[in-house]
Design a protein around this ligand. Structure first.
Ligand SMILES: *[C@@H]1O[C@H](CO)[C@@H](O)[C@H](O)[C@H]1NC(C)=O
Ligand SMILES: *[C@@H]1O[C@H](CO)[C@@H](O)[C@H](O)[C@H]1NC(C)=O
Ligand SMILES: *[C@@H]1O[C@H](CO)[C@@H](O)[C@H](O)[C@H]1NC(C)=O
Ligand SMILES: *[C@@H]1O[C@H](CO)[C@@H](O)[C@H](O)[C@H]1NC(C)=O
Ligand SMILES: *[C@@H]1O[C@H](CO)[C@@H](O)[C@H](O)[C@H]1NC(C)=O
Ligand SMILES: *[C@@H]1O[C@H](CO)[C@@H](O)[C@H](O)[C@H]1NC(C)=O
Ligand SMILES: *[C@@H]1O[C@H](CO)[C@@H](O)[C@H](O)[C@H]1NC(C)=O
Ligand SMILES: *[C@@H]1O[C@H](CO)[C@@H](O)[C@H](O)[C@H]1NC(C)=O
Ligand SMILES: *[C@@H]1O[C@H](CO)[C@@H](O)[C@H](O)[C@H]1NC(C)=O
Ligand SMILES: *[C@@H]1O[C@H](CO)[C@@H](O)[C@H](O)[C@H]1NC(C)=O
Ligand SMILES: *[C@@H]1O[C@H](CO)[C@@H](O)[C@H](O)[C@H]1NC(C)=O
Ligand SMILES: *[C@@H]1O[C@H](CO)[C@@H](O)[C@H](O)[C@H]1NC(C)=O
Length: 409
């Protein structure tokens, strides 16, 4: 063999001028360390090329990137090695979530038409799931997030397929100005064990986030706005099988302040889902150390516009007594305020799983400046019924409210 060929065969990462192309080792061996080397070498102004099939059995904590392009035109597949990932996936300080890949830095462009495959089926089918509930609540069974954009700014992620996520597909964590588009997400189980916590995106402590022109098949939230999500736009999504576009839940922890503000959700097709446009906030609590309500903060300036529902249990759902017993919520109303919420052109048919109730707006105490125009929702049983409670000005709603029965709070 010619000497240069021999050298090439031994060097797993090929370095051109600021281009780091990762050559897979093959044979099912771990490409993780070589991927990390490529990021280290090209972390400033470089391009990382992942154009082949890679097996990853090493947690990817990629930080300090500056002006980096990542071409993911191949397949990155995380091993189904539950014994490795449970204790070693990267722990994030929110709901015990952990991640396979923490991506961090400034001015990052991830693109290429490739696939991130997290082998979710193995996690969904694991016989001993009860040793851990969610994320890293236990180091025996911690289902990680395939891609976390964390402590990052000015990020564009486009044209990727994500399949088989054991947990949330994407986590946007303490970041600003992050755009996702042309994403194709599928968390579909092929056994009787359903996918679990398969949110399309969870956004936390982040601002100026855009998610657009994407398709999501899953069975948890399509997009969830967790505490301190602000200035965010979601548009042109096709969601199937999900739990809706959800604000919250918020206000779970007494002593904590949760803010969700300046959210614009437009042109959503929501199919075969539990909820459409949802806001969920906990009630109050008498206990200063409560972990089941009593947190303060606000939800303000949230618009859902051009929202089409097809076979959705609760097309419009807002509660300020989430997971709080009705008598507790009556005695200790929520201390997280909801105002400036607008529903514009929400149309389609519910599933009938909530009878003919198509709207539930259940505030505690009062929600201010809630408006609804162009609402045309039906149920399979006929015209919709609209439950409202403690909405400050029902005249601003273009439907006729009915007082919900006490049991539905
Ligand atoms: C299931 O988890 C329990 C509790 O941690 C442990 O004792 C047991 O060995 C586990 N079984 C398998 C098959 O991993
Ligand atoms: C996080 O994990 C701890 C320890 O297992 C557990 O007590 C807590 O309930 C978990 N929190 C969530 C939100 O899962
Ligand atoms: C992210 O930022 C927080 C501070 O806000 C820091 O504590 C944490 O170590 C950072 N994580 C990484 C992986 O850089
Ligand atoms: C947001 O990030 C993109 C790169 O993804 C950049 O082109 C754009 O200028 C940034 N916007 C602001 C306001 O910094
Ligand atoms: C989306 O991904 C699925 C696999 O989960 C694939 O069958 C489909 O062709 C992809 N669609 C697009 C538009 O890439
Ligand atoms: C609205 O969203 C759908 C996806 O559900 C998309 O196909 C359509 O192009 C979007 N409309 C506009 C005007 O962007
Ligand atoms: C859409 O969701 C339904 C209900 O969850 C599911 O049966 C169906 O397979 C999903 N479609 C696709 C293409 O994943
Ligand atoms: C949200 O932001 C408010 C105001 O800056 C802050 O007081 C609060 O601690 C933040 N909450 C979380 C969960 O980060
Ligand atoms: C309301 O939120 C939208 C979407 O982020 C934003 O464009 C608009 O400026 C906000 N309005 C106010 C009054 O802040
Ligand atoms: C709150 O504190 C009281 C005593 O001060 C204790 O009995 C209770 O278990 C605590 N609750 C939580 C959720 O920590
Ligand atoms: C209402 O929304 C649907 C999509 O959900 C859209 O096709 C239609 O053009 C919108 N109508 C108006 C009057 O904006
Ligand atoms: C409501 O939607 C139904 C079915 O899509 C349609 O036939 C009807 O004209 C709509 N009503 C109004 C007032 O737009």
């Amino acid at each position: 063999m010619h000497l240069t060929h021999l050298l090439l065969a031994l060097v797993p990462v090929v370095f051109a001028v600021n281009t780091c192309k990762v050559i897979p080792i093959g044979g099912g061996q771990d490409d993780g360390p070589n991927i990390i080397d490529a990021f280290d070498t090209c972390k400033s102004g470089g391009t990382i090329v992942l154009d082949k099939y890679y097996v990853v059995n090493t947690v990817l904590v990629i930080t300090g990137l500056q002006d980096v392009s990542i071409e993911l035109s191949g397949v990155v597949q995380y091993t189904p090695n539950i014994a490795y990932w449970s204790p070693n996936s990267y722990y994030l300080e929110f709901q015990n979530a952990t991640t396979f890949w923490f991506l961090s830095g400034n001015n990052i462009h991830l693109y290429g038409g490739g696939t991130l495959d997290a082998n979710g089926q193995v996690w969904w089918d694991y016989p001993n799931k009860t040793v851990g509930t969610a994320g890293g609540s236990s180091t025996l069974f911690a289902r990680p997030v395939p891609l976390t954009v964390g402590n990052a700014s000015n990020v564009l992620i486009e044209d990727l397929t994500q399949i088989g996520s054991p947990f949330w597909n994407n986590f946007v964590y303490q970041s600003t100005n992050v755009t996702y588009r042309w994403m194709n997400i599928s968390s579909t189980s092929y056994s009787s064990n359903p996918a679990a916590n398969s949110d399309g995106w969870d956004i936390y402590r982040s601002s100026y986030i855009t998610i657009e022109d994407s398709t999501i098949h899953n069975d948890d939230d399509c997009v969830a706005f967790k505490p301190n999500t602000t200035n965010t736009v979601i548009r042109n999504l096709y969601c199937n099988g999900s739990h809706g576009i959800s604000v919250g839940s918020l206000g779970q922890y007494a002593g904590e302040t949760d803010i969700v503000a300046n959210i614009y959700v437009k042109n959503i097709s929501m199919n075969n889902a539990q909820n459409g446009a949802r806001i969920k906030v906990f009630g109050g609590s008498p206990y200063p150390n409560s972990t089941a309500g009593g947190g303060t903060g606000y939800v303000q300036n949230v618009t859902f516009e051009d929202f089409y529902v097809n076979n959705v249990d609760n097309p419009i759902y807002l509660t300020q007594c989430y997971d709080t017993a009705a008598n507790v919520c009556a005695e200790y109303p929520s201390v997280l305020n909801i105002s400036d919420i607008h529903y514009i052109n929400v149309t389609g048919m519910s599933s009938g799983n909530s009878g003919n109730v198509v709207v539930e707006l259940e505030c505690s105490p009062e929600c201010y400046d809630i408006t609804a125009t162009g609402i045309n929702l039906t149920s399979p049983d006929g015209p919709g019924v609209y439950y409202c409670e403690n909405v400050a000005n029902e005249m601003a709603l273009d439907f006729t409210c009915t007082m919900p029965p006490a049991s539905s709070l």
